[in-house]
Design a protein. Sequence first.
Length: 103
Amino acid sequence: MEIIQPSELKQRMDAGEILHLIDVRQPDEHAVFNIGGTLLPLSAILSLQVDSIESLKENEIICYCRSGQRSMQAAMMLESMGFQSVKNLSGGMMAWESLFPRQ
């Protein structure tokens, strides 16, 4: 698992790069604020319910959560399931919002 900094992710998003973002938070957290990721809670990943992203096994996936802890667990679990390139957003949404406040 690699780490990606919020500034690098933002730069890639602003450049229009196609990214596979996975939000591993709970639905209520996702509803309040997200950066466009697909919601797949950590609990689903831990119970091996990843059919919705199975086609991304060979693509880069960037996981994020509130602080970076749950997404780190998710990233490690996805790697153990054979996902080839998994990154964790350093500091999660807390770090993102400190650098890029909501408008």
